[in-house]
Design a protein around this ligand. Structure first.
Ligand code: AHR
Length: 317
C-alpha cells in the first residue's frame, strides 16, 4: 500500500474515532493519578476513541474554559469531573445548545439533571456515614474529640463526606468535632493543617479524620514530628478515605485504623454509557460505582472488611 493510500486510510480511521474530551480535576492525589491513567487506558484508539484530557489544576475557571474549548472543537462527548459542585449551568447549557452530550463523572454537581446526559460516580455522603458508623461501633461509649482534614472547598467529595460523617457525630452526645479545615486533598495540605491542629489541640484529640489518603500521609508526618502516636497501637484513631494501594498498605500495617474506599476506576462505565448512546440504546441516567471500606487486621466490623495482603496485592492503584 502506498504512502498516500496509507495516509488516506489513517485519515479515514481517525474520522471514525469517537472524539471525547475529559476535563479532569487536576493531579492533587494518588487517587486522581489512578483515575487519569484509567481514562487513558480505556479511551484508546484501539477502543475506537480519541481522548483529549485536560488537567484543570484544581482551578474552576480553567475547567470551564476546557469545556468551552471542547465545545468549540465540536467533540462528540464531553466528560467533566467537577472541581466544585456549583457554577455549571451556563456552560452546560452551551454544550446542550451545541448538541454535545455531557457526562458528569466522579463528583456531583448542583445543576438540573436536564442539563447533562448522564452521571457516573461515587457516593461521598455514604462514605462519610460509613466512617462515622464504624467509629461509633469501635468506640462504644467512649468520647471522641475529632479533628477533621477536609478535601477541597466546594468539591462534592468533601461536602458529602463532611455531611455524612457529621450526621453520625450528631448521634453521640460525647463526640465533638474540635476543628475541621481543608487540606485541599493534597499531602502538603494535610501536613500543614495537621501541624496547625497540633499547635492548637495537642493532648486534646483522639480521632483524626482525613478526607483522602494523601492528606493522611501529611497528617502522619506532622504527628510523627510531634511524637503523637496513631493507628491500632497509638493514642489517635486515624481514618482516611480513598483506599489506594499505599493507603491500604498503611491500613495493613495498622497505621490507618480505617480506609473508606472511593473507587477511581470509572472509565469503562463511562465508556459503556457512550457506547449505548452511540447505538441508540437505553442507558442509565445515573450509575453509582460501588465502594467498600477496609480496616486494620484484627478489627471486626459490620461496616468494614479486615485488610489482608491478598486484597492489597490486587489493588493496582
Ligand atoms: O473526587 C474524589 C476525590 O478527589 C478523592 O477522594 C481524592 O483523592 C481526589 O482528589
Amino acid at each position: 500500500i502506498g504512502a498516500a493510500a496509507m495516509g488516506m486510510a489513517m485519515t479515514a480511521n481517525a474520522a471514525d474515532l469517537i472524539k471525547v474530551g475529559y476535563a479532569q480535576v487536576g493531579h492533587e492525589s494518588d487517587w486522581r493519578t489512578a483515575n487519569t491513567k484509567n481514562y487513558q487506558d480505556t479511551f484508546t484508539e484501539d477502543n475506537g476513541y480519541s481522548l483529549e484530557l485536560v488537567d484543570c489544576d484544581n482551578d474552576h475557571a480553567k475547567q470551564i474554559e476546557a469545556v468551552r474549548n471542547f465545545i468549540q472543537e465540536g467533540l462528540d462527548y464531553i466528560i467533566i469531573a467537577p472541581i466544585q459542585s456549583a457554577g455549571w449551568d451556563t456552560v452546560l447549557q452551551e454544550a446542550q445548545d451545541a448538541g454535545i452530550p455531557v457526562i458528569i463523572a466522579d463528583r456531583e454537581i448542583d445543576a438540573d439533571e436536564s442539563l447533562y446526559t448522564a452521571w457516573v460516580g461515587t457516593a461521598p455522603h455514604d462514605e462519610g456515614v460509613t466512617a462515622g458508623k464504624w467509629l461509633g461501633e469501635q468506640l462504644g461509649d467512649k468520647e471522641a474529640n475529632i479533628l477533621q482534614i477536609e478535601g477541597s472547598v466546594g468539591a462534592s467529595a468533601a461536602i458529602g463526606r463532611t455531611e455524612g460523617f457529621q450526621e453520625e457525630v450528631d448521634k453521640h452526645d460525647n463526640w465533638k468535632i474540635l476543628d475541621s479545615q481543608s487540606g485541599d486533598f493534597t499531602q502538603d495540605g494535610g501536613q500543614q493543617v495537621m501541624e496547625s491542629f497540633i499547635k492548637s489541640y495537642e493532648g486534646k484529640f483522639n480521632v483524626v479524620v482525613c478526607q483522602n489518603d494523601n492528606e493522611a500521609y501529611g497528617a502522619m508526618d506532622a504527628m510523627d514530628a510531634a511524637g503523637i502516636t496513631y493507628g491500632v497501637d497509638g493514642d489517635v484513631t486515624l481514618i482516611s478515605y480513598d483506599a489506594t494501594h499505599d493507603g491500604l498498605q498503611y491500613t495493613l500495617d495498622g497505621k490507618f485504623n480505617l480506609d473508606v474506599e472511593c473507587n477511581p476506576i470509572q472509565a469503562q462505565t463511562v465508556s459503556d454509557v457512550i457506547q449505548k448512546i452511540q447505538n441508540k440504546e437505553d442507558y442509565e441516567k445515573k450509575t453509582l460505582i460501588k465502594d467498600e471500606a477496609f480496616n486494620a487486621p484484627g478489627i471486626k466490623s459490620e461496616f468494614a472488611t479486615e485488610i489482608t495482603k491478598d486484597i492489597l496485592d490486587k489493588r493496582a492503584y
